[in-house]
Every structure is written in structure tokens, then in C-alpha cells.
Design a protein around this ligand. Structure first.
Ligand code: JFZ
Length: 460
């Protein structure tokens, strides 16, 4: 079609011919792009924009990876436990025995949500379906769900939602687009190749229809939700996921719901936030976070407490409380939320080690919450020594690595009314850097706090 744009002779017939081809070209490219990319004509509603503000103010949420894989507890490997079906190449017919053992009799949604509140978290993002294809809610379009296939027989998502509503916590759904169980998920992507009894034929469009029907259930059965956290497109990067249709469907049912996707690309039209997996925005220790940082939508970073998302019985490699707080503060310095994960146990309890960590961070937030909640990142990016957060005319300087106590904030030289330590309100010595390229704050040894020494700058 490239030749359609060659300059024609100025003869009426060729001109008409040229225009026809040009229109055809524009028309078909248009069609292609709406089906291949996303919700091109999306304009977020006021409610959606308000929720984006709420989201950015909220700053901190709990990620929950819970499914029938939790029973296996990682199978004695330190890897990501929710992938055990693919990592041990468990055939579908064998894996289908797992729901029969899933009986979380000690699941107490009121306890979960109270814990979340005490932890200082404002929302929960829970797996409605992970890559194993098992629905953790009452789905009518497949029996492969918690109500029909487990002895427990109750809709844990519905129970949790009810409790979230009671206690004022927003609930988001993690929903996997990748599905190792559904036969129409075909052709297969780059994962799950060793699962021997996956179907050898299928219609991907039928799969997308199925996924959209399940999403419709999630959007209509539980009242207002926070949003949908997609994952798995990276399994088949070249497939037509009909994103435009899926995103329009979600925004039609719940215009306020925030859509994000873990595709490790810049946000597509129709997405309401951008996420980073186990890396701060702009960092790439995992090897898959090599995009830029969007300035058009809110940001979120997710992180594990040990090395697994799903419950792993042997992984004791827990990050320290200080490390997690530092990551949260640095994320806030980028303007990003922190979504910290736990993998509940098959009995329905949260691992006690994780509860302890959450309570300790919650305690820190009880004192320092106002330097994080409701702030925005910057004005300058996080630096080696720490990060800045801002709320109107107040800038919080979070000194995470005080070193010798001389903090140079390069590239920042605001007119300030006062500079005080957050803890005791005493004055902080402020100097202008030589060459006037930034400011220098001095922190005497006795003012250094163990986790984060916060200085409050009040701007003129
Ligand atoms: C995904 C999931 O696979 C994982 O189980 C967990 O839910 C996490 C939050 O999100 O993690 C990924 C995403 C991408 C790749 C691998 C794991 N990838 O591109 O190979």
C-alpha cells in the first residue's frame, strides 16, 4: 500500500483513484489500530480523574496472590509459587485436583481488612484469576472456580469486597490475560509449553470473549471496585488482545475503575495508571522494566516481601522493614504508589512473618504518614541520599542515607520560609551550594533517625 502515497499526475481520474486509495489506507489503518492497540478514543470521566487523584493520595496498598497454587507452597523451591503449574509442568488434569484440597476455613475477611487498615494501607489488589486460570470468585461461565470446585464453596472475593466496603478500603482485581487452563488460549504463548495436555487447537477470539465475560462478572457482581490490574499480555506480545474492546467494556460498566496493565510498555490508550514490577520507576534490575516513566497517568510499583508472590513455604529471604520503608519512600519520591505483596496460606491466614512486617511499617506510618499520604513526587527525583515529597507549599526531604550528615540537593534551590526537623521542629541549617546549583542541608548526628530523617521545608 506504500505506493498509494506516490505523487500522481494531475489528471482527474488518477486524482480520484489516488484519493480513494488514500481513504482506504486511512480507513484500514484506523481499523487495525483500534483492534490491535487500545481504547484510542478514550476520554476519562470526571469520576475516573477523581479516582486517579484518590489513588495518588492513597500511596500504599496490599497486593494479594491467593489461589489453589497456595496449597503447594512453592513445592520446596524458592521460586515464584504461583507459577508452579508451569515450573513443574503439571498437566491440567492433575492440577485440576488442587481445588479439591482448597479449604481455607480460617479465612476471616474482617481480620484481613482490619490488618490492612492498621498497616496504613488504603487499598487491596487481589488475584481474581492468575495464570492457572482458576477463578477465585463465583463465575457462571466456568466451573473452574472457588464456589463450584472447592470444598470451601464460598466466594472469597465477594466476602472480602463486603468487608472492604464496611471498612472503607478499595478493592482492585488482578486479572491474568494469560491462561494455561482454557483450551481456546491458542496458539500458546512463550510460557507453559511443557504442560503436556494443553489443547492443540482453539480459537483465541473465543478465549477473549470468555475473558471479557468473566470481567463483566467481576464488574457487575460486587458493586464499585477500584480497578483492574492486568497481567500476562507479554506471553503473546503479537496477539490481537482486543484491548480496545476490553477497556471500553470496563469503562462502560464502571467509568471510575482504574485500568493498569503489567505489559512493561508505556501505557496504552484506555489505561488509567502505569505500573512497575519490582523496580522503582526508571530502574531496571529485573530486566523487563526498560520503558520510560509516563507523566500522563498515576504510577504504582509492586514488590514482594521475600522472593515470591504466592505463598512459599521455604522462602525466608525477607526484605527488612527498613528496606521496604525506603522503597515506599523512594517510590513516593517518584510520585508512585507502593503495592506490597503477601501470599496468604491455604488455610486462609496471612503468614505471621508478613503480618509483623506490615504492622511495623504501619507503626512507622502512624508517625510519618503525613510525609507520604497525599503527597506528590519531587520536585526533584530521588537521589542516592533519599527522596523528596511535596504537599502544596510543604516539601518533605526524606534522608534515607545520611552519610556524614551533609545533604546536597542538586538542582533544587527554592525560596524557603523555614527548614525544620519533622521530629522535634528544631531548625535545620540550610546553605546554598557553591555555583548556586542546589542547596545543602546539615544534619547533626543526634538528629539522625534510624529509618528516615525527615526535614520539612516550608516554601514562600
Ligand atoms: C507477573 C506474574 O507472572 C507473577 O506471577 C506475578 O503475578 C507478578 C505480579 O506479575 O510477573 C511477571 C511478569 C512478566 C514476566 C514474568 C513475570 N515476564 O515478562 O517474563
Amino acid at each position: 500500500m506504500a505506493d498509494a502515497l506516490e505523487l500522481p499526475n494531475l489528471n482527474l481520474d488518477t486524482m480520484r483513484h489516488f484519493l480513494l486509495r488514500l481513504f482506504a489506507l486511512i480507513f484500514f489503518t484506523g481499523l487495525l489500530s483500534t483492534s490491535l492497540t487500545a481504547q484510542e478514543d478514550y476520554v476519562p470521566t470526571q469520576e475516573n480523574l477523581d479516582n486517579r487523584e484518590w489513588f495518588q493520595d492513597a500511596k500504599y496498598g496490599l497486593f494479594v496472590h491467593w489461589g489453589v497454587y497456595s496449597i503447594m507452597g512453592g513445592g520446596g523451591d524458592p521460586g515464584i509459587a504461583e507459577w508452579i503449574m508451569e515450573q513443574k509442568n503439571i498437566p491440567i488434569v492433575q492440577y485440576e485436583k488442587l481445588p479439591g484440597f482448597f479449604n481455607p476455613t480460617q479465612f476471616d475477611p474482617a481480620q484481613w481488612v482490619s490488618m490492612v487498615k492498621k498497616a496504613g494501607m488504603k487499598y487491596i489488589t487481589i488475584t481474581s484469576k492468575h495464570h492457572d486460570g482458576f477463578a477465585m470468585y463465583d463465575s457462571k461461565v466456568s466451573d473452574y472456580n472457588i464456589v463450584d470446585a472447592t470444598p470451601y464453596g464460598k466466594d472469597v472475593i465477594g466476602m472480602l469486597k463486603e468487608e472492604c466496603d464496611k471498612q472503607g478500603i478499595k478493592l482492585f482485581f488482578y486479572h491474568s490475560q494469560l491462561d494455561w487452563h482454557q483450551s481456546d488460549y491458542f496458539p500458546h504463548g512463550r510460557t507453559g509449553k511443557g504442560i503436556a495436555d494443553r489443547s492443540q487447537s482453539g480459537d483465541f477470539n473465543t478465549y477473549i470473549d470468555y475473558m471479557n465475560t468473566q470481567l463483566t462478572e467481576l464488574l457487575t457482581q460486587y458493586g464499585e471496585i477500584g480497578g483492574i490490574w492486568f497481567d500476562g499480555m507479554w506471553d503473546k506480545p503479537d496477539a490481537d488482545w482486543r484491548l480496545g474492546e476490553t477497556y471500553a467494556l470496563i469503562h462502560k460498566h464502571q467509568p471510575g475503575a482504574l485500568i493498569g496493565s503489567n505489559h512493561h510498555k508505556m501505557p496504552y490508550p484506555g489505561e488509567d495508571f502505569m505500573m512497575f514490577e519490582r523496580d522503582l520507576p526508571g530502574e531496571n534490575s529485573m530486566g523487563f522494566n526498560n520503558t520510560g516513566i509516563s507523566d500522563a497517568v498515576p504510577l504504582e510499583m509492586c514488590e514482594t516481601m521475600n522472593g515470591s508472590w504466592g505463598f512459599n513455604i521455604i522462602d525466608q529471604n525477607y526484605k527488612s522493614i527498613e528496606k521496604l520503608i525506603h522503597t515506599m519512600v523512594r517510590a513516593a519520591g517518584y510520585g508512585a504508589n507502593f503495592l506490597l505483596n503477601t501470599g496468604p496460606m491455604p488455610n486462609g491466614k496471612i503468614q505471621p512473618e508478613n503480618v509483623d512486617t506490615l504492622m511495623a511499617i504501619g507503626q512507622w506510618l502512624e508517625s510519618y504518614g503525613e510525609t507520604v499520604y497525599g503527597t506528590r513526587g519531587g520536585p526533584v527525583k530521588p537521589q542516592e541520599w533519599g527522596a523528596l515529597t511535596t504537599k502544596e507549599k510543604t516539601v518533605f526531604v526524606h534522608v534515607l542515607n545520611p552519610g556524614e550528615g551533609v545533604i546536597e540537593i542538586e538542582g533544587y534551590l527554592p525560596k524557603i520560609k523555614s527548614a525544620k526537623f519533622f521530629d522535634d521542629g528544631s531548625k535545620v541549617q540550610v546553605k546554598v551550594k557553591k555555583g548556586k546549583t542546589g542547596m545543602v542541608l546539615t544534619i547533626p548526628k543526634e538528629k539522625v533517625k534510624p529509618t528516615d530523617t525527615v526535614i520539612v521545608l516550608t516554601l514562600q
